[in-house]
Write a protein that binds this ligand. Structure first.
Ligand SMILES: Nc1ncnc2c1ncn2[C@@H]1O[C@H](COP(=O)(O)OP(=O)(O)OP(=O)(O)O)[C@@H](O)[C@H]1O
Length: 361
């Protein structure tokens, strides 16, 4: 187990700065998901920590030891850091056992027991030890890659989108097996992903990276329910933004007077997640709407609603349980389950979502 501390780190390629003065602390034995869009600098951050890229400024410490900083540079093999890449990157000419034992001291044959222990840890049968990577499924290959990274008992494990190439069912199973294996080792973990659900469900903390800077680092609940601004809110999932007026812990908007959570007072944008919009009998909610479309996913459904009776034709999106999904054309009542997050109203920044939402402007 190792604490990871990144302080004032900038890094890039040639003259392009990709990471711009970033700081992040990952507590010993905890998991942080770095969530960011394509090109935001996620892999670059892992490369700096692993020792594949020198930062231009700043320091990186692992378990209290500076591994990169002014005048200090430890090569990857001396950092006590395990790295699992997106594609697993197993050695095709080596058996599973050979791959797992690759980073262990020579001769590798004497690590047979450790290989079996690691296979068990990542949920694979001992029988796969003699197979070659091409004889494994994508999910099995990722588990072998994880076992290989864990073999030298690193205190810190870096996972670079390790589940993104897997199909949905395999991704869930592999993610759960990985989480179990990592918990059992007690390693500190940094997971890089562009998948919001993965970040929120896998990690103790979520660090949101945008254009080479961390916008918010907090628990999954906090980043989802109390994002620092509207942009982060929309990055983490669907968010409706409605104009409102807030004071004393309540905000008045076209969807009613709602309790607020850690927001601003005065003229605000009110953030409402689709699952906060509940459907009722017509007339029993804050307003009525006609169901325009339903995307049915089985466990839940996203319902697009045309709001009637407003000064303009507005669209709302509600997420309901699959069993409660109404039919297109149905008239329903709509109300909001609070509390809601508010942001200072930003004038002149109406984007598509805002302008087709209720009562903005
Ligand atoms: N070896 C390289 N040489 C030059 N530029 C690079 C190199 N690797 C990455 N970049 C650039 O650095 C920026 C950040 O890349 P990085 O791979 O860190 O992003 P990312 O967030 O991991 O993206 P993705 O999710 O698409 O993998 C991008 O603009 C990319 O083109």
């Amino acid at each position: 187990m190792s604490e990871l501390k990144i302080h004032g780190v900038s890094a890039g390629y040639g003259r392009e700065t990709v990471l711009d003065d970033v700081a992040l602390t990952v507590a010993e034995g905890s998991t942080t998901a770095v969530l960011g869009g394509s090109g935001s600098g996620k892999t670059t951050l892992l490369r700096v920590v692993a020792g594949f890229l020198r930062p231009t400024t700043g320091t990186v410490t692992v378990d209290g030891r500076t591994v990169a900083g002014p005048g200090t540079w430890l090569p990857p093999e001396r950092r006590g850091v395990g790295y699992v890449r997106q594609d697993g990157a197993l050695f095709p000419h080596l058996s599973v056992a050979g791959n797992i034992a690759f980073g262990l001291p020579w001769p590798r044959q004497r690590h047979h027991d450790r290989v079996l222990e690691l296979l068990d840890l990542v949920g694979l049968p001992a029988a796969v030890a003699e197979r070659h990577p091409h004889q494994l499924s994508g999910g099995q290959q990722q588990r072998v890659a994880l076992a290989r990274a864990l073999a030298p008992r690193p205190g810190l494990i870096l996972l670079d989108e390790p589940f993104s190439s897997l199909d949905t069912a395999l991704r869930t199973a592999t993610r759960e097996a990985t989480a179990r294996a990592l918990r059992a080792t007690g390693a500190t973990v940094v997971l890089v992903t562009h998948d919001q659900g993965e970040a929120l469900s896998f990690a103790d903390e979520v660090a949101i990276l945008k254009a080479g800077r961390f916008r918010q680092v907090a628990s999954p609940r906090t980043v989802y329910r109390e994002p620092v601004d509207a942009e982060v809110a929309e990055f983490l999932g669907d968010a409706l933004l409605v104009a409102g007026s807030a004071s004393d812990g309540r905000v008045a908007c076209r969807l009613g007077t709602l309790p607020t959570a850690h927001g601003s007072d005065g003229d605000v944008d009110v953030m409402i997640r689709p699952e906060q919009l509940t459907l009722t009998r017509p007339g029993a909610g804050e307003l009525d709407a006609v169901v325009r479309d339903v995307a049915y996913f089985g466990h839940d459904a996203v319902v697009e609603l045309d709001v009637t009776g407003g000064e303009s034709r507005d669209l709302l999106r509600s997420r309901v349980l699959g069993v409660d999904a109404p039919a297109p054309g149905e008239l329903v009542g709509v109300s909001v389950v609070g509390p809601v997050r508010t942001f200072p109203r930003v004038l002149g920044t109406r984007d598509g979502r805002r302008s087709d939402s209720l009562g903005v402007g």
